[in-house]
Design a protein around this ligand. Structure first.
Ligand code: IMP
Ligand code: MG
Length: 335
């Protein structure tokens, strides 16, 4: 078995969907598996020039690859079924490719109603936190108990280990949210209720030795959506928000903006064991031609894109791992 994992190194919305989509195009995956989160996620994908926003469904469907919502996920059945209909209407064969792990958990309407009352965290109000709470409280509802999901259900064990359909299983794990929102490593309590690291992918039934590449995804500036104060005080953040279309793909809320925090990038790269790193949204700062990064408490400013690229790439190689390959991207469709 071979597994590549896509993880977000900041606060979500760094372009995991784009990277997963590009990897599906290039590699020979037999499965794409979403390993955490629910419909709090919003993945923006440009497929053959058309924009799609998915919440539950992994991007393998765009390439005819089996796409599984793994046991680490929570699923809202109406949203899931509606997403399938939308993809089918756009000509994507989702019905035959999407599967749901029998042991994934259900987000009930009761969970949603409860989450709607949240004021402290600034959740997406999609019922995510209450669904995970009930899962760990051992009073949750699993996918296999939901008749409307019956035709989509899959046993992960059987699919990964007793499958005669494929000679070798090659999995792409597509995560949701990001390191800064991870329930253990993020800025608690301003976090989501699942794990957003490589460890979380492995919980979906794949052995550690299967890991080939860990693709870390970040942006050249940071964004965060939620209740805490995050945005820096510079007028330019307003411009970045507009140019970069930094509004939530799920809720439409404006994302708060700040400069890239190198220490967070370093910590997330170390803990996830990243060996390929993509820094997105270079095109936005290209337009403004302002290049800044926090190095611990210090704010560094660079004269050009080349200078900041050199600094980030070299520092990651010196301080994290000399084998890290860093890509800087502005393009919507390609890495
Ligand atoms: P929840 O996951 O809906 O409980 O929200 C908890 C925190 O995570 C809030 O700050 C949300 O804005 C944030 N969050 C959850 N999902 C995403 C996402 O996909 N992108 C960005 N932020 C997210
Ligand atoms: Mg998103």
């Amino acid at each position: 078995m071979i597994a590549d994992i896509v993880v977000d190194l900041q606060y979500g919305d760094c372009g995991k969907g784009k990277i997963a989509h590009a990897l599906c195009k290039d590699k020979n995956y037999t499965h794409v598996i979403r390993y955490n989160g629910g419909c709090n996620a919003g993945h923006t994908i440009y497929h053959e020039g058309v924009k799609f926003v998915t919440h539950h469904i992994p991007c393998g469907v765009f390439f005819g690859i089996k796409s599984i919502i793994g046991p680490g996920c929570v699923i809202h059945v109406d949203t899931f079924l509606q997403e399938i209909e939308e993809l089918e209407a756009a000509g994507i064969n989702a019905k035959d490719l999407v599967q749901v792990a029998t042991n994934a958990h259900i987000i009930t309407d009761f969970h949603r109603a409860e989450d709607k009352k949240d004021e402290e965290i600034g959740t997406t109000k999609r019922g995510n936190g209450p669904a995970y709470r009930d899962k760990y409280g051992r009073r949750g509802v699993r996918a296999l108990e939901e008749p409307r999901l019956s035709k989509y259900l899959v046993s992960m064990y059987h699919e990964l280990y007793e499958n005669e359909e494929f000679e070798e299983i090659e999995v792409l794990f597509e995560g949701a949210q990001g390191f800064g929102l991870d329930v253990d490593w993020g800025d608690y309590p301003y976090v989501t209720s699942s794990h957003c690291t490589v460890g979380s992918a492995l919980l979906n039934g794949v052995p550690a030795k299967a890991i080939r590449d860990v693709w870390g995804v970040a942006k050249i500036y940071e964004t965060y959506v939620g209740a805490k104060d995050f945005e820096g005080i510079e007028d330019i953040f307003e411009e970045i928000r507009e140019l970069g279309q930094e509004y939530g793909a799920t809720t439409g809320r404006p994302r708060q903006i700040n400069w890239l925090d190198f220490d967070l990038l370093k910590m997330a790269s170390r803990i996830n064991g990243v060996n390929k790193l993509v820094i997105n949204k270079m095109d936005i700062l290209d337009e403004l031609d302002v290049w800044k990064v926090y190095n611990g408490p210090h704010m560094l400013e660079f004269d050009s894109r080349e200078d900041i690229e050199f600094w980030i790439r070299t520092k990651l190689m010196v301080e994290v791992d000399e084998d890290i390959e860093t890509f800087f991207s502005g393009d919507k469709e390609y890495i």
